[in-house]
Design a protein around this ligand. Structure first.
Ligand code: FE2
Length: 426
């Protein structure tokens, strides 16, 4: 009887153990690289690549080279099949990430920096090591200097369910439309869900764009679980706080923004003389512009953006698109009646959080404020071309309307610096 009881306990123990363990697929390859994505480092001769394996793999490596091969001793660096040889190798580091969910899943996050890249060239690369290599991907390096015109696609709030814009983004990215992708917070919905399997699925979904073009990110409210650990571990952003919560290059607003409770949601990018700030905290929406909520002094970025002369402020969180007139403290501050965006007297705010996720769209109220220049609650994303140090072109693409451009703006800043709208009319 006692023996039967002990046997029953042992069987019960194994049943419990089996039910709590992560089920393994029969032919799962645990050392094959997945979730491969590029990011900028701050140097045009470098490119960071980050990927994941489910098991430990030893030294992570990237083999890479010019897409057409390079000529050495008069010979093209190709084998008999014409496949370009990878003539450069970089090694990197592996972090072990343990998700905070009940299974405490362990992921191996590999980060390798490619160096010695030539400007304005196409490179091919694959990642992995002795236990398995990825497919081959390609990317373009940037031209030297700051006189070129970056083409950026921006969006927020894209999940792995109902990521409606992703197919169009794949098509355009692989056709070479963009130099960088900015995902302005709110990923996967959410990366920690189902013991972080949703995060894995999302990162594999965006590999189709992020393995070809730097995928630059800042954090959103959906990344908050377990102290933002899925977000912090899965991306590799330059500068900022060292944890990837935002990145910057080379703007100096960090200290001020931290002091105002925004350290977890700010991304700063500075290209040529155009300063953009991207975040996921709704500083302004259709109904109101916030210069600070008195009780807790949260959302008080507006005064900082105004004081430091930020040209363009991109945010998401609201699942819609909206372009504002230049505005400060509930006052429209257009450059002039005929040219509102030429030398505006306050920052310009754009909301672009409609790439697509399972929470669908956020509808607008029936009435609108005077600073709302254009709004649309359908799925899509935003393109920006920073033409030069004074001109920035922005347009909104509707995925619902098969890629049609539904809104556009050219922002012209002939001088940069703090604004004067608070002084009243000129
Ligand atoms: Fe969202």
């Amino acid at each position: 009887m006692v023996r039967c009881f002990i046997m029953a306990l042992i069987v019960l123990f194994f049943l419990i153990h089996l039910s709590s363990a992560e089920p393994l697929l029969y032919d799962e390859v645990l050392t094959r690289p997945e979730q491969i994505h590029l990011s900028l480092t701050g140097s045009n001769s470098e490119m960071m690549v980050t990927w994941v394996t489910r098991n430990s793999t030893g030294m992570p490596m990237v083999e890479y080279g010019l897409a057409g091969g390079i000529k050495r001793s008069g010979q093209q660096m190709q084998n008999e099949l014409g496949w370009p040889k990878f003539d450069q190798v970089a090694v990197g580091e592996t972090d072990t990430f343990i998700d905070g969910g009940s299974l405490h899943r362990r992921l191996y996050i590999h980060r390798v920096k490619m160096t010695g890249l030539k400007p304005k060239q196409e490179y091919v690369y694959h990642v992995g090591g002795a236990l398995g290599w990825s497919d081959v991907y390609f990317f373009m390096t940037y031209p030297d200097g700051t006189t070129w015109s970056p083409r950026i696609v921006l969006f927020g709030d894209m999940g792995n369910e109902n990521a409606q814009s992703l197919s169009r983004l794949q098509e355009e990215t692989q056709r070479g439309f963009y130099d960088a992708i900015f995902h302005v917070g709110d990923f996967a919905y959410d990366m920690n869900t189902d013991n972080a399997h949703v995060g894995d699925e999302f990162m594999n979904q965006i590999q189709s764009i992020a393995a070809y073009v730097p995928y630059m990110t800042c954090v959103g409210n959906h990344e908050g679980a377990y102290n933002f650990s899925n977000y912090k571990n899965r991306f590799t952003m330059p500068g900022g706080d060292g944890e990837g919560m935002y990145f910057r290059k080379p703007v100096c607003l960090r200290t001020e923004l931290k002091g105002h409770g925004l350290s977890r949601c700010v991304t700063v990018q500075c290209t040529a003389q155009t300063a953009m700030i991207l975040n996921t905290a709704p500083t302004c929406k259709t109904l109101y512009i916030r210069t600070g909520v008195n009780l807790e002094h949260s959302f008080s970025a507006e005064q900082l953006l105004y004081k430091y002369g930020v040209d363009l402020h991109i945010q998401a969180h609201e699942h819609s698109y909206e372009r504002m007139w230049p505005v400060y403290n509930l006052t429209v501050c257009n450059g002039s009646k005929s040219e509102p965006y030429r030398n505006p007297r306050a920052p310009v705010h754009i909301v672009t959080g409609s790439a697509g996720c399972k929470e669908k769209l956020d509808p607008f109220f029936r009435f609108h404020t005077e600073w709302s220049a254009f709004h649309r609650d359908d799925y899509g994303y935003t393109r920006i071309n920073i033409i030069n140090g004074t001109h920035l072109y922005l347009e909104q693409v509707s995925d619902d309307e098969k890629g049609a451009v539904i809104d556009k703006m050219t922002l012209i800043k002939e001088h940069h610096g703090s604004y004067d709208c608070h002084l009243g009319k000129k």
